[in-house]
Design a protein around this ligand. Structure first.
Ligand code: GDP
Ligand code: GDP
Length: 426
């Protein structure tokens, strides 16, 4: 049975272009006019040997009386009712727009797995947009160019991983623990004027970036190669990515309100919360209490996230940042052995069996595996996963987090129909 994959996103991000490429026929109309393609198109698609049914939602948003976000939601909702996976496209050249954010945060509330796809990634013009997309909270964006056909290998891998189909056989799993190649990519995100550029300068000890009191003075994303105690770090300064905003210098707003708003979408990246300008805080324990309180209510997804208070200006406590980053990075990359996962699954299910489905059928969860890390993504196979209530999903998630020490990192749990995939193959 081939999976069904829905291509979603706001108008003009390249959904039809991608659909055409995957289906291999010039079936949908492509145009610069937003919303020119009118009908929902479906076709048999493939990337190499990966075959699936593709649904193009381009044009669905092109309807009547409601607001655009409401239309996109309603129409896409219908399209993804039977979907196994959603590819959420955004235009990396245009960057992340409020409509993309709206769409992403809605999709995150559904139980269908989502792969975030950065389209129009040919050339460097797309780079800032790609980094910015981490703020959507959907993990690593997969860079492609639908028009030029690049990145299809990465898309292949991401789709397979999200569908839970590419876990290595259990006996080989422990062998894939190699250190990820390349530098650790560390993006410094936050509202304009919180001190991102000052912090990077202070960390690398070099006045390489322009800092100043005006919001958004550094215009482009700048990557700084940095050698930190023998480890290669690619520091990305995202100052200037967000459009100029009127920022009050009032400290409460900078340290709590604005910063939290800036990161509330970021729950699928490994997160370290750096609270800057701590030198200006008079009552530090009261400020910390407020912050902890706000974190609990605003970011429950990353319970246990590291909070580091610093002053980029005076240099105080900057030493604490990188150890917290490495800790978060380690959890982000963690792989839980399949045997341990299945012991855990048997245990949680025994302690609290899933409730009966509406038609009084039993929901059985049979097998768990971790098809990918970054972020830790788990697949749990069972007979009627679609009937599992959200409260039970949260129970599974929290228990996984506790059991395998995944504090401070968002994890994903995809529920899949089926039995142990390895037994089926044998
Ligand atoms: P849709 O509304 O999301 O279906 O978007 P379309 O597929 O109609 O594409 C919108 C515009 O983006 C068209 O002008 C396409 O040629 C262009 N486009 C699509 N993919 C790419 C790409 O990979 N790179 C660039 N530069 N343009 C693209
Ligand atoms: P960015 O827009 O986030 O890159 O912010 P900048 O690095 O340009 O800093 C904005 C302003 O905040 C500048 O005037 C900095 O001197 C000031 N600033 C940055 N870090 C600190 C800090 O730790 N303490 C204080 N008091 N001011 C800071």
């Amino acid at each position: 049975m081939q999976p069904t994959i829905v291509i979603a996103g706001r108008p003009n991000v390249g959904k039809s272009t991608l659909f055409n490429r995957l289906v291999g026929r010039r079936e949908a109309i492509v145009s610069d006019e937003p919303g020119v393609t009118r009908d929902r198109r479906e076709g048999d698609a493939n990337i190499a040997d990966l075959h699936f049914r593709a649904i193009d939602t381009a044009g669905l948003e092109d309807a009547f009386d409601e607001s655009l976000p409401a239309r996109m939601r309603r129409q896409t909702e219908a399209a993804i009712a039977d979907a196994d996976l959603v590819l959420l496209l955004f235009d990396a050249r245009a960057g992340v727009t409020p409509l993309d954010e709206h769409f992403a945060s809605w999709l995150r509330t559904l139980s269908v797995p989502v792969v975030l796809v950065a389209n129009k990634c040919e050339g460097r013009a797309a780079e800032p947009g790609r980094y910015e997309a981490y703020s959507l909270g959907l993990g690593d964006p997969v860079p492609v160019s639908a028009e030029h056909g690049t990145g299809m290998n990465l898309l292949y891998e991401a789709i397979e991983a999200a569908l839970g189909g590419v876990a290595p056989p259990p006996e080989e799993e422990e062998a894939v623990e190699a250190e990820p190649a390349g530098p650790l990519r560390l993006a410094i995100v936050g509202r304009p004027n919180v001190g991102k550029s000052t912090l990077i300068n202070a960390l690398i000890g070099d006045e390489r970036l322009l800092t100043g009191p005006e919001a958004g003075i550094t215009r482009d994303a700048i990557t700084v190669e940095w050698d930190y105690r023998g480890r290669r770090i690619a520091l990305v300064d995202t100052a200037g990515l967000r459009r100029k905003a009127r920022i009050s210098e009032k400290l409460e707003q900078l340290s709590v309100g604005d910063s939290l708003r800036a990161i509330q979408y970021a729950e699928v990246v490994a997160l370290v919360l750096v609270v800057n300008k701590w030198d200006l805080v008079a009552d530090k324990s009261a400020a910390m209490a407020t912050l902890r309180d706000r974190l609990t209510t605003s970011l429950p997804q990353v319970t246990g996230v590291s909070v580091v208070t610093v002053s980029a200006l005076t240099g105080k406590n900057l030493d604490a940042i990188m150890p917290a980053v490495f800790d978060a990075f380690e959890v982000w990359n963690r792989r839980v052995p399949t045997a341990a996962l299945n012991t855990w699954l048997a245990d949680v299910v025994a302690r609290h069996p899933p409730p009966l489905a509406a038609n009084k059928r039993h929901i059985r969860l049979r097998y768990a595996t971790q098809p990918k890390a970054r972020p830790p993504t788990f697949a749990i196979f069972g007979n009627r996963p679609q009937d599992l209530p959200d409260s039970y999903r949260r129970y599974l998630e929290n228990s996984l987090r506790d059991q395998f020490d995944l504090a401070g990192t968002p994890i994903r749990v995809n529920l899949r129909r089926g039995k142990n995939p390895y037994q089926e193959k044998r």
